[in-house]
Design a protein around this ligand. Structure first.
Ligand code: R5P
Length: 306
């Protein structure tokens, strides 16, 4: 059984349809003082999956604490978290004494609640595997790069793919390999939340259609800055493809103002830029985990992804 919250009902319906899963809602009540109460179905099967994508994560982490322990009390023996976007993965070391290593803390918190975690393109930089960050029995990493690559290849067949920083090399190289596209990677120095310095790679961009590929756009400054440099270097167009459409505040406007043409994202986080759906990929991962066949609905089109 797949359990979802009201704000992720549409994503859950796509995954449930692709995976032939029963779907039920977790209902939420917020008390006047800000505390929350959850209601789950009163009986649960032994295998339960909870869908919660972890953008705006702080309150959702409390929801997961309440939901997972209640699910165990109601009969769940094996609990899987599907968190298409996994928060707090970027803070993976203490840059100075006293700084919380959020990745490790949140990862261990989730591992204490769930037997398995399924996620998409987590930001793993200084750790090699998801299991190191979230030490569950089954830590499953999926990638949106193949689907985004297919979309890019259909819209910009001769595109040069560019990763805006060193960390993006893992996603841009995978995307490029799917359709034999050329790729290159920028160098970036982050000076603050909204201040980055980007250096373009040694590759010809003049008269090229360029697509920036990254795991996440948050404030949008990384891709906006890279786009400005690429256009100044003669690129005929710059579009953006990201797995996770965080787009905090005015990020999308900032990116458009930088000269970016189109912005494509996956439905890991619901956003107007969603252009591909990860539902079938997630459903297949769940069926491998639970040993049941998933429907092959091939739902990677833009039309039903929002
Ligand atoms: C960092 O390495 C990530 O891959 C993204 O490039 C970064 O988080 C984007 O942040 P922002 O949109 O705030 O520049």
């Amino acid at each position: 059984m797949l359990l979802c919250f009201a704000d992720e009902q549409k994503s859950a319906e796509r995954i449930a349809a692709a995976g032939n899963l029963d779907l039920a809602r977790i209902n939420r009540h917020r008390f006047p003082d800000g505390e929350i109460k959850l209601d789950l179905p009163d009986t649960l099967p032994e295998q339960v999956v909870i869908l919660r994508t972890l953008n705006n994560p702080n309150e959702k982490l409390v929801e997961l604490l309440l939901a997972a322990q209640t699910a165990r009390n109601l009969g769940a023996r094996h609990l899987t978290l599907v968190a298409p976007y996994l928060a707090y993965m970027r803070q993976d070391i203490a840059f100075h004494p006293g700084e919380a290593i959020s990745q490790r803390i949140v990862g261990h918190f989730l591992a204490g609640l769930f037997d398995a975690v399924v996620t998409v393109d987590p930001h793993l930089h200084r750790v090699a595997t998801l299991n190191e960050a979230v030490p569950v029995t089954d830590a499953i990493v999926l990638s949106a790069a193949p689907l985004l690559s297919g979309l890019i290849a259909s819209r910009r067949p001769q595109a040069l793919l560019v990763g805006p920083d060193e960390e993006s090399a893992q996603w841009v190289s995978l995307a490029a390999s799917q359709h034999a596209l050329e790729y290159a990677v920028c160098q970036k120095v982050r000076l603050g939340d909204r201040t980055v310095q980007v250096a373009l790679p040694e590759v010809r961009v003049a008269n090229r259609q360029v697509v920036l590929v990254d795991d996440v756009a948050s404030t949008g400054h990384t891709v906006a800055h890279a786009a400005q440099l690429l256009l100044a270097a003669g690129a005929v167009s710059v579009d953006v493809a990201v797995t996770h459409a965080l787009f905090a505040g005015d990020a999308l406007q900032l990116i458009v103002n930088a000269g970016v043409g189109e912005v494509w994202s996956t439905d890991c986080i619901q956003h107007s830029s969603n252009a591909v759906s990860m539902a079938t990929t997630i459903a297949r991962a769940l069926s491998r985990l639970h040993g049941a066949p998933a429907h092959d609905s091939g739902d990677c089109s833009a039309s039903n992804a929002t």
